[in-house]
Design a protein around this ligand. Structure first.
Ligand SMILES: [Zn+2]
Length: 165
């Protein structure tokens, strides 16, 4: 079921030049990505919801990624995921998602079943992974560039080895 009051599908995305959405600043090149199953349209719960369902579901995944909301689609994003479509059609798709259990309804958001398993590491896992990567990156820098004679006072590995006085 859509939000209580169906409204005009209005894009709520901020748009930069040429209508492209500006990317969230996440890392050096400022880009974040969302894994998409290339057979998403063949998923039986999605196929059962009709021909636009894969697009609605994909938009929902992108909305989750932008909001870093761990599988939850805030209901305020309905305008975004239904943009350009007939609202009643999208509501029918949602109804089908909910009845198949692909999406689970909560008060202020929909949740994608098995989101973490199917599409993503959780934000928590991503944070751990990026900390891991930056740790191994800093060790690489340390091994390559630092020595007892030339420690880097900001390097945790040099500090650990007590090379920094
Ligand atoms: Zn070092």
């Amino acid at each position: 079921m859509g939000p209580d009051k169906p409204r005009m599908a209005v894009p709520s995305m901020r748009r930069g030049k040429k209508g492209m959405r500006r990317m969230s600043k996440k890392n050096k090149d400022g880009r974040i990505f969302q894994k998409i199953d290339p057979w998403i349209a063949d998923d039986e719960d999605i196929a059962a919801a009709g021909p636009l369902a894969d697009c609605v579901h994909t938009r929902a995944l992108l909305c989750i990624r932008r909001n870093l909301s761990d599988g939850k689609i805030p209901k305020r994003c309905f305008g975004e995921i239904s943009y350009g479509f007939n609202v009643a059609t999208v509501q029918k798709i949602l109804k089908s998602f909910l009845s198949s259990g692909l999406w689970i309804e909560h008060d202020s958001y929909w949740e994608i079943r098995n989101w973490a398993v199917k599409y993503n590491m959780s934000e928590h896992d991503m944070k751990e992974r990026s900390e891991e990567l930056s740790k191994s990156g800093s060790l690489g820098m340390h091994n390559r560039w630092h020595s007892q004679a030339h420690p880097n006072p900001d390097c945790q590995h040099c500090i650990k080895k007590k090379w920094v006085k």
